[in-house]
Design a binder for this molecule. Structure first.
Ligand SMILES: [Mg+2]
Length: 187
């Protein structure tokens, strides 16, 4: 099967990554638990808006996307899943973030057969999707209603009709296994 895998908030710990850098630069004391909504980032920083955040985020020898930590079990699970399935990375990224993201994928040995940098994730057809962003989950559930869309449960998302909740990488691997055996049974 084609597994459409989002990166930030699913494989890469975006919040922990930028907060580590922020705390170092500004002697801050931010913690990932403080992000409780999709747009909850600006209010806990000194930035005026997301534009200011993104300007800072691409500063330095590399942007924040180069050194995000991996969520526990994420890369191992992808390597395991890749033995039977096609890992299709689907990530929304600004142009400046693409080289750093490609280096990150290589460094973490993500077995990505395909990598798509798109704003509209419904454009990439997959059998199973794993995503954390509310707007992407809603779009996938609507446009790809015949596919399996998994919401990676995070503090910044809520249940979305038509999606399956997964709270860990172990749960996602299990969903893929179940979908795979259903396909075999119905085929
Ligand atoms: Mg995401």
């Amino acid at each position: 099967m084609r597994l459409g895998i989002d990166l930030d908030g699913v494989v890469a710990d975006f919040n922990r990554g930028w907060m580590d850098r922020y705390n170092q630069h500004f002697a801050g004391e931010l913690h990932p638990d403080q992000v409780l909504s999709w747009d909850g980032l600006v209010p806990i920083t000194h930035f005026a808006d997301m534009e200011e955040f993104w300007t800072w985020a691409q500063d330095g020898p590399a942007s924040i996307f180069r050194d995000l930590p991996c969520y526990e079990g994420a890369c191992d699970s992808l390597r395991r899943l890749s033995k039977d399935h096609r890992v299709v990375v689907i990530s929304s990224k600004f142009d400046w973030a693409i080289p750093d993201t490609l280096e990150w994928i290589a460094e973490h040995r993500v077995p990505a057969r395909e990598i798509h940098f798109v704003w509209d994730k419904t454009a990439v057809e997959c059998d199973v999707y794993l995503e954390d962003a509310p707007h992407n989950l809603e779009a996938l559930a609507r446009v790809r209603a015949d596919k399996v869309v998994c919401r990676f449960v995070r503090p910044w998302n809520d249940p979305v009709p038509g999606t399956i909740d997964v709270a860990s990488w172990e749960e996602f691997v299990e969903v893929v296994r179940r979908v795979g055996s259903r396909d075999v049974a119905s085929g």
